[in-house]
Structure formats: structure tokens, C-alpha cells
Design a protein around this ligand. Structure first.
Ligand code: UT7
Length: 330
């Protein structure tokens, strides 16, 4: 009997309509320039949640599209795994709000926190539940309202991030040689202080003082993070290729986490993957943290860059530090 695999059977994305361009930072008093942002990061514009858009509402938009493509009814979903660093509330999980919003009445729902690498962590978690027989059908979402946690007075970070969501329906399948071929995850908590929100959690709860210090907002040592991102994403790519018994030349499309086009180029170069086989949309959306890979995946499928038989490698790195990779054959 053929061994079952977990296969992606539908994807969707949920992006706010509101566009903020690099030129718009002048209107909120940020001393920066379009040229600096493009040269250092590749970002041209980003989407921002407005008019009541939330992590839950963007996730629900992405999920409805993914379920429609998959031909899956909300009542058939066994597990909802949401990756987010920006839950709508701290208790309960945002995944249960999505479960209620979608009417996924049979689903167990929970959040996964692994920052920008979170969607690949969520995919691995869902794959494990599918392979163990606990679930048949999973909805795996990355949704982020980064605009709520960046410091809009810190030009070194506020120009980099954006809001959005992406989702995939994962199903047990017996298509030999298709589905998730390999997955890899790592972390190094000793480096947590290079990219974090220092206060406003349970240790130092939110207070007037925290608000005044702005210590509940994202702090990032950009140059350090950059170096670790290149090293760890390159290593993760090697591990995913080894796990799938493939080399860089077997990869039809690389979908890296979209934080910075220079990190993307360095990762692709390390794996010997030419840039025409790399999906890049950081110019349009900025860094949407764990939503970046599922948004890119959905766009790549919609535009025909992923078809039946396409082998895709995904690689991510984020706060923690956490990093992860996965190879999927469609
Ligand atoms: O998704 C999770 C992972 N996150 C990342 O992967 C982000 C990784 N880091 C990066 O992408 C890059 O480090 C940045 C894009 C954040 C910054 O690029 P950089 O080439 O590392 O620049 P830098 O931070 O070293 O700053 C260079 C200069 C500084 O000025 P001085 O000290 O050289 O005079 C900054 O003050 O650029 C200045 N600067 C800015 N100038 C104009 C910083 N932010 C800005 C800005 N506009 N927005």
C-alpha cells in the first residue's frame, strides 16, 4: 500500500486594500526616502489593515478562498493551525475566532508562535497530525497585523513591515511522490533579544510606563538579524534538499520568506537556484512575517508558476530566532 502524504489542495490570500507607498512616510514625519528603502530592502509599498480589518478577518478571507479552491466545506476541517505574532487578543487564541467565523464546527483550533518562520512550523505541525491519523484535513494559516506592533516612530523598522494573510488546505493523500517531501525546523533562543518586543507580556504587563517607553513595540538589531537570516536560511535550504534527496537544480520554484530582497538573493545563490526560479513579492507587501510565504504561494499558483508536478522549496527565518524549510511537490 502506498504511504500517505500531506498535500496542499487549495490556497488563498487576504490582503487589505489600503496601500502605503515609501513616499507616504513623509506625511507621518518619518525621515526616510524611497531610494533608501528600495536599495536596502527591495520594498516599494505595503498593505495596511484599515476599517476594522483584523488578524482574524484577513485570515478568514484567505481561508474562504483556500477552501473554495480545495472544494472543502468548513465542516470538513479537522484542525485549524494559525501562525501569528499579532493575535487579536491574548486570550483566547485567534484561531478559535477564525474557527467561529468560518463555521468550522468540527475543528480543533490553536495558534502557533514562531514569528516569521511560523507558517512553516504550522505546516509541519499539521502534517504531523495528518500523518499520525489524528486529522484528515487541516487549514494552515499565516495572518499578521504587523502595523499594530511596529513602532511608527522608528524608521529602522516601521518601513519594513506590512499586513496580510495567506492560507492553505492540507489533506491526506495517496498520490505517490507528491505533497510534503521534507520539512526542517530549528531555533536559537539565546538570540531572542535581537528581534523582540521587550515588555507588555506577563512578566512586565502593559502599563502607562510601558506605553510611554514604547517597550511593547518591535525592536530589531537589523544588521545582526540580516547576517543570521542569510546563514540560517541557507542552512535550512540544504537540510530540506537533503531530506527530500534533491539538489538545488531539482527545485522549480524557491519561495523564501519575504523580508529583504538581499537576503532572498543570498539564499538563492547559496542553493544554486537562479533568480528566475525565485518568487519575490516583497516589493508589493513588505515583510508580512509568517503570512509572507502563504501569500507568495497563492500568487505563484494563481499566476501559473506552480502547476501539477512543480517542486517548490520554502525557507523562512524570524524572531526567536526560529528558522524552517519545506519541500512540496504539487
Ligand atoms: O522577518 C524577520 C527577519 N527580519 C529581517 O530579515 C530583517 C533583516 N535586516 C535587514 O533587512 C536590514 O538590516 C535592514 C533593511 C533592516 C537595514 O539595512 P542595513 O543595510 O543593515 O542598514 P543599517 O541598519 O545598518 O543602517 C544603515 C544606515 C544607518 O545610518 P548610519 O548609522 O550608517 O549613519 C541608519 O540610521 O541607514 C540608516 N537608516 C535609515 N535611513 C533612511 C535606518 N533606517 C533608515 C530609513 N531611512 N528607514
Amino acid at each position: 500500500m502506498k504511504r500517505p502524504v500531506a498535500a496542499v489542495v487549495g490556497t488563498g490570500r487576504g490582503l487589505p486594500a489600503h496601500v502605503m507607498t515609501n513616499h507616504d512616510f513623509a506625511s507621518i514625519g518619518i525621515e526616510t526616502s524611497h531610494e533608501w528603502i528600495v536599495e536596502r530592502s527591495g520594498i516599494v509599498e505595503r498593505r495596511l489593515a484599515r476599517n476594522g480589518e483584523t488578524t482574524c478577518s484577513m485570515a478568514a478571507d484567505a481561508s474562504r478562498k483556500a477552501m473554495e479552491v480545495a472544494g472543502v466545506h468548513p465542516g470538513e476541517i479537522d484542525i485549524i493551525v494559525l501562525s501569528t505574532a499579532t493575535p487579536d487578543r491574548l486570550l483566547p487564541s485567534t484561531a478559535v475566532d477564525i474557527q467561529a467565523e468560518l463555521g468550522a464546527t468540527r475543528a480543533a483550533a490553536f495558534d502557533v508562535g514562531a514569528a516569521c518562520a511560523g507558517w512553516l512550523y504550522a505546516m509541519s505541525t499539521a502534517e504531523g497530525l495528518i500523518m499520525s491519523g489524528t486529522a484528515e484535513t487541516a487549514l494552515v494559516i499565516g495572518s499578521e497585523k504587523m502595523s499594530a506592533i511596529v513602532d511608527w516612530k522608528d524608521r529602522a523598522t516601521c518601513v519594513l513591515f506590512g499586513d496580510g494573510a495567506g492560507a492553505a488546505v492540507l489533506k491526506r493523500s495517496r498520490h505517490h511522490g507528491k505533497g510534503i517531501l521534507s520539512a526542517y525546523m530549528r531555533s536559537d533562543g539565546k538570540l531572542a533579544d535581537l528581534l523582540y518586543r521587550p515588555e507588555g507580556g506577563a512578566t512586565v504587563p502593559m502599563s502607562v510606563e510601558v506605553l510611554e517607553k514604547r517597550s511593547h513595540l518591535v525592536k530589531m538589531a537589523g544588521r545582526e538579524v540580516f547576517k543570521h537570516a542569510v546563514r540560517s536560511m541557507s542552512d535550512a535550504a540544504d537540510r530540506a534538499l537533503d531530506g527530500a534527496r534533491l539538489t538545488g537544480s531539482d527545485i522549480d520554484l524557491l519561495i523564501p520568506h519575504q523580508a529583504n530582497v538581499r537576503i532572498i538573493e543570498a539564499t538563492a545563490k547559496h542553493s544554486g537556484i537562479p533568480m528566475d526560479k525565485v518568487y519575490v513579492n516583497v516589493d508589493k507587501y513588505g515583510n508580512t512575517s509568517s503570512a509572507s510565504i502563504p501569500i507568495a504561494l497563492d500568487e505563484a499558483i494563481e499566476s501559473g508558476r506552480i502547476k501539477d508536478g512543480t517542486t517548490v522549496m520554502m525557507v523562512a527565518f524570524g524572531a526567536g530566532f526560529t528558522w524552517a524549510s519545506m519541500v512540496i511537490r504539487f
